[in-house]
Ligand binder design. Sequence first.
Ligand SMILES: [Zn+2]
Length: 136
Amino acid sequence: MDYSYAKATEHSCPHCHQTTTADIWLIVDQAARPELVQKIINGELNSLMCPNCGQSIGEIDRPLLVYRPSEQPPLLFSPARKTAIAEDQAHNVQALVKRLLDEIGNEDDDWVMEGLKRVHRSQLAAMLSSDSKFES
Ligand SMILES: [Zn+2]
C-alpha cells in the first residue's frame, strides 16, 4: 500500500505569469515511495518547472507529513516555511494525520499523536537520510 498523498494545487509562474495546476505532495509514505524521500533529501520535492515557459517556479511551500511505518517516530511533520501558511499549522497537521489514518483504517490514533515529531524543514533531509535503509 502507498499512503502518499498529493493535492492538485494552482500556482502562477513568476516568469510568464501563466497559472497552472500541479500535484503537490503533502503526505509521503517512506516505505512505498523511496524516490519521493530521495527528492526530499535532494530538496527537489514540490519544486516545479513551468509547463508553459519551461523555467523554474521553485518550491511550492506546503506542510509535509512523512509516514515511516518501520521507524521511530513513525510520523514526521514538517511545517511550511512561511509564517502566513504556518498559521494554519494546527489545522494542517490534524487534517493530514486524519487523512492518513482514514487511509490506513486505524481508528486508534494514540500511537500517531504520541509518535508524531515536528521537524523543521531544514532538518528533515538530514533525518531522512540518516535512516539506515536509505544509506547507499
Ligand atoms: Zn512560465
